[in-house]
Design a protein around this ligand. Structure first.
Ligand SMILES: [Cu+2]
Length: 338
């Protein structure tokens, strides 16, 4: 019975482009006989968009200048914070009802049974991840991409070549920001201040005291959890060298930062090569608005475990005028402590 329902949903969704149906399934097949749907969300091991799990999810194909509406329908029993890279969007409808004064955001939580419509303007050409930010769900399939006309998903060898050419560009005469990023800034209302802030973050294992007397293995940037704060001003460009001293690959995503080239967006192996153990990668980006952002690994399929071990940190872009007299940052984490 369950398989029949699944099939029906999949046919309906294929016919309606732009509709995203979020679904979870166990690994049971028809041959296994009827499957009891597990009560526990954690018992699911595959999470899908329109019946498909990454890398078989269908890209959202857009053209520069499109206004894109995406309709989330959460038929699963999981809560899915859906996150779009490279763009901000507005939640324009909930359960078919229009939202008054929708705010710009890059993540929205879709609860079981909820239907949300979002809209974004396709103004940032490239290949951008679009996924559930419950990173275990992303690791288990709930990830796709926004693919601009004129771009195609790079093959592994193309990614390797892309990284090499980027390296050459970054090492060229004035290496602080790549030419292509400067070009991207020309279309922006905020101009480069002439300042580039540079950071080096080294990821390595660390025995981390999570509460007094309780030590657990963390993956820490520069020996701390959270990792070091990036604190910059509007108009700065930023250049972060990430050094990987772990025994597994990684790659880092600059969450909420849209003035970045898609190939430095950190989703490996989707849009950049992994940073292998012993390797490094230089991430250049630009900040054009004040706000709170963060960085974290986005290496499929290990991003959830790397985040859970402490590989994250805040990015604060100072406002020109402060509405507060004191400030704190709280990064909320989850651990498996033995
Ligand atoms: Cu999810």
């Amino acid at each position: 019975m369950k398989s029949i329902i699944l099939k029906t949903i999949s046919i309906v969704s294929m016919a309606l482009i732009g509709i995203v149906i979020l679904f979870a399934s166990g690994c049971t097949t028809m041959e296994d006989g009827p499957m009891e749907a597990p009560m526990d969300e954690m018992a699911y091991n595959t999470w899908t968009i329109n019946g498909k799990a990454y890398p078989d999810t269908e890209p959202l194909r857009v053209r520069l200048g499109d206004t894109v509406r995406v309709r989330f329908m959460n038929i699963s029993n999981g809560v899915h914070p859906m996150h779009l890279h490279g763009h901000d969007f507005k939640v324009v409808a909930v359960d078919g009802w229009p939202v008054v004064n929708p705010q710009l955001r890059n993540t929205v939580t879709v609860a079981p049974g909820e239907i949300l419509d979002i809209e974004f303007v396709a103004d940032n050409p490239g290949i951008w991840a679009f996924h559930c930010h419950e990173l275990h769900h992303a690791d288990q399939g709930m990830i796709t991409v926004v693919l601009y006309e004129g771009f195609s998903l790079p093959s592994t060898s193309q990614i390797a070549e892309m990284i090499q050419s980027e390296k050459r560009e970054l090492q060229a005469v004035n290496p602080l920001i790549p030419r292509t990023l400067l070009k991207a800034q020309e279309t922006n209302t905020v101009k480069w201040s002439g300042q580039t802030r540079t950071y080096t973050f080294t990821a390595q294992p660390k025995q981390w005291e999570i509460r007094k007397g309780k030590v657990t293995e963390a993956f820490a940037f520069n020996g701390t959890v959270p990792g070091p704060e990036i604190r910059v001003n509007i108009g700065n460009s930023v250049r972060v060298t990430v050094v990987n001293n772990l025994s597994e690959p990684t790659s880092i995503h600059w969450h909420g930062i849209n003035r970045i080239e898609w190939k430095h967006d950190g989703v490996a192996p989707l849009t950049q090569a992994v940073i292998p153990p012993g390797g490094s990668h230089v991430y250049p980006f630009f900040v054009d608005r004040a706000g709170s952002f963060m960085y974290h690994p986005h290496f499929l399929p290990n991003e959830a475990s790397q985040v859970d071990k402490g590989m994250y940190g805040p990015i604060i872009v100072e406002p020109r005028k402060k509405s507060y007299t004191k400030e704190y940052t709280m990064m909320l984490g989850g651990w498996i402590v033995k």
